[in-house]
Design a protein around this ligand. Structure first.
Ligand SMILES: N[C@@H](CCC(=O)N[C@@H](CS)C(=O)NCC(=O)O)C(=O)O
Length: 186
């Protein structure tokens, strides 16, 4: 099995944590934008090769890995909805990060302002929910901690506005699988 990704991507980090949880052997192939453009129709990481199977999204990859070892993936509609909320905020935030890095003033473009507002309203909703203070973490929770780690590293969100999320991250970040998958801090 081969996982293509980067060490900074929060989507890839979620997959790397699931690999640790499942104990499956998988080669990690560090892939930049040139590599993902050449090999995946989405032009994004992660993507996975497992024999004849080729998967292009972290969610399908995680479902595949968990099913291979008989683990559950988003068992309830509520957990799936939480994962979708985290996905929305993560996807939107990563997208705006790349747009800003290209020099675009997002305050000048109404739809990008809507995207920025979507991040804040979704985080406000997530901040009102109860989050665990210790493992086991489900996939929505693992994804949330991966997102918060990325957003802090890239300074994309002021988490003093979301104290429950900040506290959740402090606990999750101490877990050995989060420690083992820390993104490079530079
Ligand atoms: N829905 C995808 C999103 C993956 C994604 O956005 N990956 C980012 C890295 S964090 C990427 O490769 N972006 C490159 C680009 O947008 O060109 C997933 O869950 O795998």
């Amino acid at each position: 099995m081969k996982l293509y990704g980067s060490y900074t991507s929060p989507f890839v980090r979620h997959v790397r944590i699931v690999l640790l949880e499942t104990g499956l052997a998988c080669e990690f192939i560090e892939t930049d934008q040139t590599g993902s453009t050449a090999k995946s129709p989405t032009q994004r990481v992660p993507f996975l090769e497992d024999g004849d199977i080729f998967l292009t999204d972290s969610t399908s990859i995680i479902k595949h890995l968990r099913e291979r070892v008989g683990q559950e993936y988003c068992k309830t509609a509520k957990e799936l909805d939480e994962l979708c909320l985290v996905n929305t905020v993560m996807d939107t935030c990563v997208n705006l990060f790349f747009i800003k890095r290209d020099g675009v003033d997002i305050s000048a473009i109404p739809y990008l302002q809507r995207q920025a507002a979507r991040i804040q309203s979704t985080l406000a909703e997530l901040n009102q929910q109860q989050w665990p203070t210790s493992a086991p973490y489900n996939d929505a929770q693992i994804r949330l901690a991966c997102f918060i780690g990325w957003a802090k590293l890239r300074k994309q969100v002021d988490f003093s506005l979301y104290p429950n999320l900040d506290a959740f991250f402090t606990y999750a970040n101490q877990h050995p699988h989060f420690q083992a998958t820390q993104p490079p801090q530079s």
